[in-house]
Design a protein around this ligand. Structure first.
Ligand SMILES: NC(=O)c1ccc[n+]([C@@H]2O[C@H](COP(=O)([O-])OP(=O)(O)OC[C@H]3O[C@@H](n4cnc5c(N)ncnc54)[C@H](O)[C@@H]3O)[C@@H](O)[C@H]2O)c1
Length: 264
């Protein structure tokens, strides 16, 4: 028996990166997957990959900060496969900069996608979970929501907010069959990391620093994050709610070092 057989899963931001990895793993474990992202082409590409490996998936182009688009995407997935029983709130944007360097427009977009988007998608999905009396909601946070890594203030604030949101939701829905957890990865070997490293003046040095920052001695792999999502989505985690799983090679135990702090 596959670990997610019978589940209908919606994964936001799954047109690429870690979300794509989670969608592919969910499908391999038997879930029917809604692949939601901003643009149709990346969604369709991941759907094609899932179908090629024998799974079932639906492309759902959608901006999660727009209520009417979210409602349409959730309705479409529910019509196709039945009520959604697993929700991964993975989509996010990451403007860089300390507080005084962050534009108001970047701040507003970060809140609109990372927090309002998670609120809107959860709000649209929860009535179906209540109807069937079961559900697992997993918010994608980051160790920066726990630690405060330098130069990504608005992003860190939203990631901390998602951890608080998961705790609040977990108490509200614990008796109603819906579990709510949060995952906080360290740095992951992903297109987002590759793009960041490539833009630096000494890419190899920066890449090495990312590896060394994590006590395990390397950054994480997408599949190592996806494994935790499979566990939290499955009935194996039936007594787990309100938890914050760090998947960070020990980074949050070590904490940030003084040399990580940028100059004024
Ligand atoms: N890569 C890392 O090292 C790392 C570490 C910790 C946490 N995370 C978190 O993991 C998640 C995935 O990150 P990633 O590295 O795959 O980055 P990514 O940028 O590749 O993935 C984010 C996805 O969200 C989508 N998205 C953005 N705005 C959207 C919107 N309004 N509506 C719908 N989709 C939207 C993007 O198109 C993109 O496909 C994010 O929540 C990120 O904060 C990543």
């Amino acid at each position: 028996m596959k670990r997610l057989q019978g589940k209908v899963a919606l994964v936001t931001g799954s047109g690429g990166g870690i979300g794509r990895g989670i969608a592919l793993r969910f499908a391999r474990e038997g879930a029917k997957v809604g692949v939601l992202d901003l643009l149709p082409a990346p969604c369709q590409q991941v759907v094609d990959e899932i179908r090629a490996q024998g799974g079932e998936a639906l492309a759902l182009p959608c901006d999660i900060s727009r209520e009417e688009q979210v409602k349409a995407a959730v309705d479409e997935l529910s019509r196709a496969y039945g009520d959604i029983t697993v929700l991964v709130n993975n989509a996010a944007v990451m403007p860089s900069g300390r507080l005084h360097e962050t534009s108001v427009a970047d701040f507003d977009r970060c809140v609109a996608v990372n927090l309002r988007g998670t609120f809107l998608v959860s709000r649209a999905v929860i009535p179906g979970m209540l109807r069937v009396g079961t559900g697992s909601i997993i918010h994608m946070s980051s160790v920066t929501g726990l630690l405060g890594l330098p130069g990504i203030t608005a992003y860190s604030m939203t990631k901390g907010g998602l951890a608080a949101l998961a705790r609040a939701m977990s108490t509200d829905y614990a008796r109603l069959g819906i579990r709510v957890n949060v995952v906080s990865p360290g740095t992951i070997d992903s297109p987002m990391l590759h793009a960041f490293v490539a833009a630096q003046s000494h890419p190899e040095k920066i890449r090495q620093e990312f590896d060394e920052m994590h006590p395990i001695g390397r950054v994480g792999k997408i599949d190592e994050v996806a494994s935790v999502f499979v566990f939290l989505a499955s009935d194996e985690s039936s007594f787990v709610t309100g938890a914050n799983y760090t998947v960070d090679g020990g980074l949050s135990v070590k904490g940030t070092q003084p040399q990580d702090t940028p100059d004024a």
